[in-house]
Design a protein around this ligand. Sequence first.
Ligand code: PBG
Length: 324
Amino acid sequence: MGFPEHRMRRLRGSPAMRRLVRETKVSVDDLVYPLFVRPGEGLREAIKSMDGCYHFSPDTIAREGREVHKLGIPAVLLFGLPEKKDENGSEAWAEDGAVQRSIREIKKASPELLVITDVCLCAYTASGHCGLVKDGKIDNDSTLELLAKAALSHAAAGADMVAPSDMMDGRVGFIRQALDENGYKDVGILSYAAKFASSFYGPFRDAVESAPSFGDRKTYQMDPANVRQAMTEIELDIQEGADIVMVKPALAFLDIIFQVRRKFNVPIAAYNVSGEYMMLNCAGKADLLDRDEAINETLTAIKRAGADIIITYFAKEVAKKIND
Ligand code: PBG
């Protein structure tokens, strides 16, 4: 095998030929679009730290949901902000909270659009931490009860899946049991299974005002250096009943996605997080690269690594391009 019998460039000679032999294609079916809701009325406020993303209120979110559905994107991932933060993050399970109301509005307007909800306390607690603070530490076991309450309130409002992102131990099993005992056996769990303590969440924390008021998240989110631990996290979450597992962030963790794909059979979601999103936006704005090409290259790489599902703020514009 060698030159001149073999000329690899023959398969690259034209757009049609490249299309014919392309091994990896991102489809609209792969995409999940994150949405942000907060209490209020008539809101569609630009989020400063995240170009092209908005804070909606429950009365404006249905329209956005319809647009996402019309583009063929199968699912949205809902994040919420409370009216007021408190010690326990109690608005996380309020029946009339922004997320709970928004779920009802979206499902009423677009019943076929899947609504997945982020389950966490960090946007709701005064501490900005994902769990309860006891003696200056994030307490695992007392947090589980509250996460389950939040998950149940989402299920009651009509969520199709809940997505715990807190990284407390045992929360997937705890939430699964709570859902089953309350008649929500068909509500699925997409677990943020391998979630790393990452600087790439910066723009998002601005968006939901959830930067921790003291310390960092390194006692619960994973150390980016660890791959064997990621595999154990994934294995435990599957055992506890996760239907889909997530690796997050995506770009600096493509090797984790690749290894999870080889070892486990459940669908894998990868979260192309806010910092990854804004890096491309900023580089594009500075004319340092072709933004569209860079988005395509990025999402293709995430899929090529083994992700079945890509959660991305680019979802709408990418869907538009694919549909054109
Ligand atoms: C909440 C949560 C975070 C993200 C999703 N859920 C932030 C964090 O853990 O600090 C990040 C999403 C993004 O950066 O796009 N636990």
